[in-house]
Design a protein around this ligand. Structure first.
Ligand code: DGL
Length: 256
C-alpha cells in the first residue's frame, strides 16, 4: 500500500457501547481531517461487569472488523476493554492500537495531597492495569474507588434527559466518594455527565482522559495524517442505536 493511501485510510474507534462517542468527539476536534469509523458494541453492553476473557474476545472481533475496513490505527475508546485486552490486541494487529486509562496522573498533578475519587467500571478498578497506576501515581494520595454501573446504563438507555434519575445516580455515587477535591471520570460513558456534575458540584474538578488520548493519537500518527478527510461513520452491533449515537455526538457539540 502506498504512503498516500495509508494517510487517507480511516481511524477506527470502539467502545462497549456509546461512551466512546465522547472520545470520537475529542478526536474529531483534534484531527478534523481524519476519516473516523466508530463501532459501539451496545448489544453486548455493559463490558464492566463481564469477565476479562469475554471482553478480550469481543474486542478482538471488533478489531478484526476495523482492520478489515482498512483502518490505519484503532483507538480503544473504553477503559474497560483497554484493561482487559490492549496488550493482546497489540500483539495481533500490525497497526497502532491506542488504549485509555483513568487520568489519575493528571488528577494527582493538579491536586497533590488532596482527596481524589476514581469513578470507573468494576473491571477497570479491579484489573492489574489500575493497580499499576495506583502504585505509580496514587501512593501518597487518598484515592477512593467507586464503580458506577448506573451511569453506563443511563447513557445506553437514552435517559440523559431524565434529570431525576441522573441526579439520583450522581448524588449516590458522590456520597461514596469520600468528599473529593477531584473526581477522575475513568469510563468514557461518564463524560456525558460532566456538565451536570459541574453544576451540582462547582467546587470539585472532574478530569477525563479524552483530550490526552486525542493528542497522543496525533503524535503516534505523525507522518501518516490525512489532510483531505473528515467523515464520521457510525456502526453498532445493535442497529437501533445509530440514531442515538448521532444525537449523543450532537449533545457534545452543544455542551463542550
Ligand atoms: N465505556 C466503558 C469504559 O470506558 C465501559 C462501560 C461498560 O461497562 O461497558 O470503561
Amino acid at each position: 500500500m502506498t504512503e498516500r493511501n495509508r494517510k487517507q485510510d480511516p481511524i477506527g474507534l470502539f467502545d462497549s457501547g456509546l461512551g466512546g462517542i465522547s472520545v470520537l468527539h475529542e478526536i474529531h476536534k483534534e484531527l478534523p481531517s481524519e476519516d473516523l469509523i466508530y463501532f459501539g458494541d451496545s448489544l453486548n453492553n455493559p463490558y464492566g461487569t463481564k469477565d476479562k476473557d469475554t471482553i478480550r474476545d469481543l474486542s478482538d472481533a471488533i478489531c478484526r472488523q476495523l482492520a478489515d475496513a482498512g483502518c490505519k490505527a484503532i483507538v480503544i475508546a473504553c477503559n474497560t476493554a483497554t484493561s482487559a485486552a490492549a496488550p493482546y490486541l497489540r500483539a495481533r494487529y500490525g497497526i497502532p492500537i491506542i488504549g485509555m486509562e483513568p487520568a489519575l496522573k493528571v488528577a494527582v498533578d493538579q491536586h497533590t495531597n488532596r482527596r481524589i475519587a476514581v469513578w470507573a467500571t468494576d473491571l477497570t478498578l479491579k484489573e492489574k492495569k489500575f493497580q499499576d497506576l495506583m502504585d505509580k501515581w496514587g501512593r501518597d494520595v487518598p484515592v477512593t474507588r467507586v464503580p458506577c454501573p448506573d451511569l453506563v446504563q443511563l447513557v445506553e438507555q437514552d435517559r440523559l434527559q431524565d434529570l431525576e434519575a441522573v441526579d439520583a445516580a450522581l448524588q449516590g455515587y458522590m456520597a461514596l466518594s469520600g468528599d473529593p477535591d477531584a473526581v477522575v471520570l475513568g469510563c468514557t460513558h461518564f463524560v456525558f455527565y460532566r456538565q451536570r456534575l459541574q453544576e451540582l458540584y462547582p467546587e470539585i474538578s472532574f478530569i477525563d482522559g479524552n483530550c490526552g488520548t486525542a493528542r497522543h493519537l496525533g503524535e503516534v500518527l505523525a507522518g501518516s495524517l490525512n489532510d483531505a478527510g473528515g467523515k464520521i461513520e457510525y456502526r453498532n452491533s445493535d442497529g437501533n442505536k445509530l440514531g442515538l449515537s448521532r444525537r449523543l455526538y450532537e449533545r457534545l457539540e452543544d455542551t463542550q
